[in-house]
Design a protein around this ligand. Structure first.
Ligand code: NAI
Length: 512
């Protein structure tokens, strides 16, 4: 389906940050745009802003001057709601208030007629509730753009309880024709992206509460081992610690206080202290003039080992073998359960158990855990943690081994799942759970998290790379360590792990 034809006028209600951005996107695709705001001067002001941002594109030769002025000329400022008559699609981006949005939709449905689609850019309100009480709730869908709308590719196309499949598809096809990456989503608190992303922040905050490492080291690990563009604390500071706190609490409330979504006290303390991030110049980092730049902790240089024995299959860390070869460390191979063996210690990938617990269970040589990396062949940094009962020389030997491979070492406390493994296991779990709940399909989950949140891999695909059985075991072990339901594995993750089957690239389960 092609979506709406280019001649079809698009009404945008609300000419603030999002409305202006969406107006630009629709006009860029060739539609006449009718831009209305309760503040009379807002549409004209928004058009001036759009013109200024187009002028920057012209300057950078990304657009011709003629195209820029034709685009701007397609946006008509409107001073009365009645001016929107004739629009085939209305997208509201007004204040985030259920009653006000409902009142607007009630007016719009009588003004625009039975064939018009009413879309909302709400980031948190239920589409089902917004459509409830309207004469034609089947014509209502969410069209959730991300800020800045002209730049961000993801658009969540959200179906409420009554949204017609044809309506959702028309909005999807329209977003696609506008050059966006739409994903079908069933209405649920946080929709797709903000629901799946919760543990990215939550696990970081818990790690900080546990003093397992410091903020700068945590973020460095997430970036340099995890391959994420930004660390959780940097991102919280950028978005606003208070803004994220409000989203976290509203999602937690909406899921009836399911411990999966539990907020962490430390974030509330930051809000109470007025440390909101970049906007207050103080958040997890210090942005005041003269403040020292953040410094992740690196372990002191330690001697390289002459040789290492690789026992069994290292699974997702298999490329460490080639890296050891290149570092001219003699590699010996033996069958076994997947470990790097040095004279002073055994090095194993985290499976959610602490090193201390695992050494107590398995006995034998002193145990040091290493964390997950996106790509062990190139990762510049890795976290390690030693068992409490291991002698100091075990940690030194492990440090020397990874340093010889050209990696920086961050020694962290022996917490369940360490840093990257825990974060990725939880993101994957949330991704599988979204599929399990019929909120999106696996491709949609992966696309959303890559397109709007810049994840280096989609959480479903990432779990499959690690191995679903390993991810499920990691979650079980973390759940046991904390005695918390927060880490319970998604039934779908467990099922696919048991079946030895992947989920990405399959149409299972059929999106509803
Ligand atoms: P904003 O405050 O920049 O703009 C809202 C505009 O709506 C204002 O110009 C205001 O005068 C106008 N308005 C308020 N009530 C109105 C009414 N009854 N009729 C007509 N116009 C009215 O807000 P922003 O940030 O653009 O957000 C708009 C919507 O988009 C909200 O629902 C928000 O949750 C959602 N959203 C915001 C994102 C963001 O990053 N800012 C991202 C995604 C969604």
């Amino acid at each position: 389906m092609p979506g709406l034809t280019r001649e079809m006028p698009i009404a945008i209600i609300g000419a603030g940050t999002m409305g202006a951005g969406i107006a630009q996107v629709a006009a860029a695709a060739g539609h006449p745009v009718l831009l209305f705001d309760a503040r009379q001067d807002a549409p004209a002001r928004a058009i001036e802003q759009i013109k200024a941002s187009l002028a920057r594109l012209v300057e950078r030769k990304r657009m011709t001057e003629a195209d820029a002025s034709a685009l701007a000329a397609r946006i008509r400022p409107c001073t009365a709601l009645a001016d929107l008559k004739g629009a085939g699609l209305a997208i509201e981006a007004i204040v985030e208030d259920m009653a006000i949005k409902k009142a607007l939709f009630t007016e719009l449905e009588s003004l625009l007629g039975p064939d018009a689609v009413l879309a909302t850019n709400t980031s948190s309100l239920s589409i089902t509730e917004l459509a409830g009480g309207l004469k034609r709730p089947e014509r209502v869908a969410g069209m959730h753009f991300f800020n800045p709308a002209p730049v961000m590719p993801l658009v969540e196309i959200i179906r409420g309880f009554a949204t017609g499949a044809d309506v959702a598809q028309t909005v999807f096809d329209t977003a696609k024709a506008w050059g966006k990456k739409p994903v079908h989503v069933k209405s649920t608190p946080g929709f797709l992206g903000n629901r799946v992303a919760r543990p990215f922040y939550g696990e970081a905050l818990r790690t900080l509460e546990e003093s397992a490492t410091d903020v700068a080291t945590y973020d460095a690990l997430i970036r340099e081992a995890g391959g994420f563009r930004m660390g959780a604390f940097e991102l919280l500071d950028l978005v606003g610690i208070d803004v994220n706190w409000a989203v976290t609490n509203s999602v937690h409330d909406a899921y009836f206080h399911d411990p999966r979504y539990k907020p962490f006290r430390i974030q509330g303390e930051m809000v109470a202290a007025g440390r909101l991030g970049r906007k207050t110049k103080l958040g997890f980092y210090d942005y005041r003039e003269g403040a020292p730049p953040p410094q992740p902790q690196d372990a002191a240089p330690a001697p390289a080992p002459a040789h290492v024995t690789i026992e069994g299959d290292l699974g997702p860390a298999a490329s460490l073998e080639g890296r050891a070869d290149r570092a001219v460390i003699a590699v010996r191979r033996l069958p076994g359960a997947g470990a790097l063996v040095l004279p002073e210690c055994r090095l194993v990938l985290s499976d959610g158990r602490t090193a201390t617990e695992r050494m107590a269970q398995e006995g034998g040589a002193p145990l040091v855990l290493f964390d997950l990396a996106l790509d062990y062949a190139v990762a510049p940094r890795i976290a390690i943690a030693a068992a409490d009962q291991a002698p100091r020389r075990a940690l030194t030997a492990a440090t020397g081994f990874f340093q010889a491979l050209g990696m920086k070492i961050s020694v962290v406390d022996d917490i369940p799942g360490l840093i990257v493994m825990r974060t990725v296991a939880m993101l994957s779990n949330f991704g599988f759970d979204a599929v399990h709940a019929g909120i999106a399909d696996a491709a949609g989950v992966d696309l959303a998290m890559q397109a709007a949140f810049n994840y280096p891999l989609g959480p479903v695909t990432w779990a499959e790379r690690i191995g679903l059985a390993h991810v499920a075991a990691t979650l079980d072990n973390i759940a046991r360590a904390y005695g918390e339901d927060r880490y319970r594995a998604s039934p779908l993750l467990r099922r696919r792990a048991a079946a030895g089957l992947t989920l990405s690239g399959t149409p299972f389960p059929t999106p509803r």
